[in-house]
Write a protein that binds this ligand. Sequence first.
Ligand SMILES: NC(=O)c1ccc[n+]([C@@H]2O[C@H](COP(=O)([O-])OP(=O)(O)OC[C@H]3O[C@@H](n4cnc5c(N)ncnc54)[C@H](OP(=O)(O)O)[C@@H]3O)[C@@H](O)[C@H]2O)c1
Length: 290
Amino acid sequence: MSKRLFITGGTGYLGGALLRLAAGRGYTLGASYLSQQPPGVPGIAWARLDIRDPQAVHEVLQSFRPDVVIHTAFVQYEPDLMAITAEGSGHVAQAAAELGARLIHMSSDVIFDGERAEPYTEAEPPAPISAYGEAKAAAERLVAAAYPGAAIIRTSLIYGFEPLDRQTRFALEIADGQRGDRLFSDEYRCPIFVDDLAAALLELAEIDYAGVLHVAGAERVSRYEMGTLLARALGYDPARIQAGRSADLPVRRPRNCALNIGRASALLHTRLRGLRELLKDRAQIEGNLA
Ligand SMILES: NC(=O)c1ccc[n+]([C@@H]2O[C@H](COP(=O)([O-])OP(=O)(O)OC[C@H]3O[C@@H](n4cnc5c(N)ncnc54)[C@H](OP(=O)(O)O)[C@@H]3O)[C@@H](O)[C@H]2O)c1
């Protein structure tokens, strides 16, 4: 019998990529949406769900009876940041634990303050410095308390091409002269290609990994490097993108949230490609198609 996989936030960027990949792998799929109309893809049982409501979370999961839940639903900003991103994650973990379903909870590199010179390992304690980072760190605590068997996956900036992600769209709008923002040359992350992340998560769905795991791209780049590399790869003029300094801002932001992915790389077959490697692979595929 095929495994039953439920994705919270199926209308989101990662949720959509997960559903597209899982559809070809024989899963019976369920997914939740809130404000967006879900795409009319056949074969997915969609449920409208607000994860702020613990009873609704319980009912939706009890009715679908998943073997695996991948929890991607969240918000990054107020209002209701804590209620959705932190407490909502706790409700999902509680409901998954009651069902004995495997749970993969999505977390973020911004649970760290970004002050460390070396990439963060799973052993480093969270030290968030933004409201979003606080909410994601609180979510990790609530999920681990409700369901110690859950896998808590910290990832970095997620990018992809079909459709384009937020970060790439932003960079292309700068390169196109539609906006005058600068991209920080002193903020470092390990961006991950959305299809690599989705493949890694589906691999994790099949094994019993409990606790925190860092799943990000293998290369540390600045936001400026990321924007200019993606702009060039997509046929835009990267010279139109100006660099700025996060250190010059009045608010403190995490500067160096590079993640050490040694543990995930040893555990998973999926290669967690760095940005330059991914763009090289993509150019090669496009060249072969031309
Ligand atoms: N994107 C990144 O670069 C990045 C980086 C690090 C970590 N992450 C983590 O990866 C995960 C997925 O990110 P993403 O960028 O793919 O997300 P996204 O595109 O912003 O999608 C968020 C999803 O959450 C749903 N949602 C929002 N509020 C909800 C609520 N109250 N109840 C139920 N569902 C709700 C949305 O539904 P509707 O749209 O239908 O309302 C949407 O499907 C998140 O946990 C995030 O913290 C992302």
